[in-house]
Design a protein around this ligand. Structure first.
Ligand SMILES: N[C@@H](CCC[C@H](N)C(=O)O)C(=O)O
Length: 279
């Protein structure tokens, strides 16, 4: 066993263990990620983010981003699986870099992910305000279906770099507790899927629950909220540039699908603890 330093944080209560690893010395095994995320025997989290410099890892996404981004978000779900992107996690990573690394919150911060380089901006150039992430261009990939228990719903397939199925439902309670991964079309989603259940709350205002691939039901999912806004804005025929409020069990995110076909998400990013852990 060796000692690792960690930082614990959350974005709208989607919580993460960050493992600062600037020099790329702490490649994590799936078993180590599972132990870190264990809510009884570990620190507890929905996922782990190893924060590594792009020039200190040979992950192909980091290598491709060298010259464009100094930092790479190596994201793992609670079951140890890898994901392309995490919208809440990248804001928390930005908060960590703005407070613990040589990052000036007055400047845009490009961060490499397996879903491409995403650019963060800090409200008012401050290290302690909301963080906006340019999530890039979404992909609307057609219709699909999801099932929970005895029920099923039509859903919209949206990629935010990672896969989503967005289902509009009559009532968020209809699905009951999301204790198991929802049924989905394995041909459409060969690597699994994040599933969002959505209701409308008002004009350009929705509420959602999410079952995350690799983590189960969580209190928020940033990429999921962006996928929901893309599906809702298309259904509403909302003009590009319309801001949507998305209520999640852990808080509210503000999301805009812009005229130039990018999704901007703004929300909180909070660091709550730091220390050492044996792995
Ligand atoms: N919570 C995240 C998404 C994390 C990855 C997801 N579970 C997947 O496997 O794609 C977010 O805030 O976007």
């Amino acid at each position: 066993m060796s000692e690792y330093s960690f930082v614990k944080g959350h974005g709208t209560e989607n919580d993460f263990v960050l493992v600062p690893d600037a020099q790329g010395r702490h490649e994590l095994t799936p078993e180590q990620v599972v132990r870190l995320c264990d809510r009884r025997a570990g620190i507890g989290a929905d996922g782990v983010i190893r924060v590594v410099r792009t020039d200190a890892t040979d992950d192909p996404a980091a290598v491709a981003a060298r010259g464009e981004a100094t930092w790479f978000m190596d994201y793992r779900n609670a079951d140890g699986s890898v994901s392309e992107m995490c919208g809440n996690g990248i804001r928390v990573l930005g908060r960590f870099l703005a407070t613990h690394a040589d990052v000036d919150p007055r400047d845009p911060l490009p961060v490499a992910t397996r879903g491409g380089v995403k650019v963060l901006t800090f409200a008012d150039g401050r290290h302690d305000g909301d963080v906006t992430v340019d999530m890039g261009t979404p992909e609307l990939l057609g219709d699909t279906e999801i099932g929970i228990g005895e029920r099923s719903w039509p859903a919209v397939h949206v990629s935010m770099g990672n896969p989503h199925a967005v289902a509009f439902v009559d009532d968020l309670a209809d699905a009951g507790p999301l204790t198991e991964a929802p049924r989905h079309d394995a041909a459409t989603y060969p690597d699994g899927v994040n599933v969002e259940l959505v209701v409308r709350r008002g004009e350009h205002h929705v509420a959602m629950r999410v079952h995350e691939r690799g983590s189960g039901e969580t209190r928020s999912c940033g990429t999921g909220a962006c996928a929901v806004v893309v599906a809702a804005a298309r259904a509403d025929e909302a003009p590009r540039g319309t801001a949507y409020a998305v209520d999640l069990p852990g808080g509210t995110l503000s999301i805009t699908w812009t005229e130039d076909d990018r999704v901007l998400m703004t929300g909180p990013a909070v660091l709550v603890a730091e220390g050492l852990t044996a792995l």
